[in-house]
Every structure is written in C-alpha cells, then in structure tokens.
Design a protein around this ligand. Structure first.
Ligand code: BEZ
Length: 257
C-alpha cells in the first residue's frame, strides 16, 4: 500500500512474507464492513489483494486500487478473477459509484488527507459507507522516537525530520470527515501491540520495510549502526518473551455519506 510517498518503494514479496500481519489484522475489519452479495465495494490501498479476495468471497463485487504498480501486478497474478487498478488515494475516479469504501492500514500514508476524503466522498453512492482502519495518534511513537534520536546522534538531522506518515487523533479525523459531509457512526482509537515476524531483527526489518525513507542517502554501514542502535534502545519495552512488538495505535472509523 503505497499511496503518497515517492521515496517509499515497496517490495511486494517482502511485504507478503514478513509483514502479512498488516492484512491479517484486517480480516475483522471486513466483518465490520459486512459486505453482501450485490454490493459494489472499493478496497482502497489493496496491496497484494488478500483482503480484496476476502471481501469478494461474500459475493460483493469488489475493485482493488493501489498506487504501487508492483503490488497491483502481484494482486492480479494472485487473484486473476478480481478487478485491480493502479490508482492513488488522492485522485481516484470511477463512473459507477460504490456502496462502500473499505481501507485497511493505508490512510496514514496519505499526507493530503483532505483530497483522499473528498475522493472517497465523491466515489460513494448516497448513503454509502466508509469502513476505515489506519494508524492513529501516537502510532509507532516509540519506534519513531528511537529512530529519530539515533539519526540525529549520527548527524542526520534532516532525515529525522522527514514527514512520512499522518497519524491523526480520533477527533481530528472524524472532524475532517464531518466537514466534508460524512456522518460518523462509529469511531475508536485503541492500542494494538503487534508481533513482528522476525524474532532477531523484528524492529530493523519493520523500519527497512516501512520507514526506509528516513534512511535515504545514508551509507549502508551507517544504516546498520543506526538500526542496531534503534532496536537496542527499544528492547526494554518492545522485546517480550523472545518476540519483537511494534507499538501500534489504531483508528477504526465507520461513516456514511
Ligand atoms: C501501520 O499500519 O500503523 C503502519 C504501517 C507502516 C508504517 C507506519 C504505520
């Protein structure tokens, strides 16, 4: 799911192998969506298409979009019967509007949030619903702080200040939705400590996969030093019973047009 940042080039295979927790946690978001046969649904930021296929299993007609060409190529290969397109969250357009727009673990990448909200509004049918989950305020704050401190210590002050993600509070995002005309019917902001796949390099792998923009232009030996230091600093809070955990804070929102 790569919807706004040119510096973040996704590796679709690594994403599926080591970071599949992103879409596995999304399965109960599909329950919240409750898709039914005959509905037309958009999966916004569909990545490699796993949740799109879960939604399609309900009998609904689903379209998956993602701005990453590699992700869409992999989704099309994995689910050739489904409809996938390369489109960005801030400028997608469909002639036929949707009964629901679903988005899991994507909208924190979209810094132009008003544009995405406007697109979602315009592409929904009247009374259509949004079902969203993404990183909320303080999401991965421990990881970001430890990484920024290490970058600054090694002299990479500008890297440390790169704006990469948007993690709003519940009040902030629901206000933006209301301002555009949505009625928010459910909203929650909760902790979800998330187990990372690799018991040795869990934090390092997570940063390499998702936060590589922070490391842009830094020599590989220094990247190693920074990542080792960052992971070491996080060990007392994020390493438990032999496993690494990311300090995720999720926003879940349902709203209607
Ligand atoms: C998240 O799902 O919260 C997330 C994933 C990658 C980068 C930042 C946040």
């Amino acid at each position: 799911m790569n919807l706004s940042t040119a510096d973040t080039k996704w590796n679709a295979n690594l994403y599926d192998d080591k970071h599949s927790f992103v879409f596995k946690y999304g399965e109960d978001l599909v329950d919240l969506l409750s898709p039914v046969t005959g509905e037309r649904i958009l999966d916004l930021g569909c990545g490699t298409g796993y949740l799109t296929s879960v939604i399609a299993a309900s009998g609904a007609s689903v379209v998956g979009i993602d701005s990453s060409f590699d992700m869409i190529a992999k989704a099309k290969t994995a689910y050739p019967e489904l409809d996938f397109k390369v489109q960005a969250a801030t400028e997608f357009y469909f002639d036929e509007h949707f009964n629901a727009i679903f988005s899991n673990a994507v909208l924190h990448w979209v810094l132009q949030k008003e544009m995405a909200i406007d697109c979602m509004y315009r592409n929904l049918k009247k009374s259509g619903r949004l079902v969203l989950e993404f990183g909320g305020k303080h999401n991965v704050a421990r990881i970001i702080t430890a990484l920024q401190n290490s970058l600054i210590k090694h002299g990479f002050v500008e890297n440390a200040a790169i704006p990469l993600w948007y993690f709003p509070s519940l009040g902030e995002y629901t206000s933006l939705l209301e301002k555009r005309g949505f009625r928010v019917t459910y909203a929650a902001h909760f902790n979800r400590d998330t187990k990372l796949a690799d018991t040795e390099n869990g934090i390092k792998d997570w940063i390499k996969m998702f936060g590589s923009a922070f490391l842009k232009g830094i020599e590989s030996n220094q990247v190693d030093e920074i990542l080792t230091e960052t992971q070491g600093v996080l060990a007392p809070t994020q390493f438990k019973n032999g496993e690494w955990f990311a300090d995720y804070k999720r926003l879940r929102i349902i709203a209607t047009k």
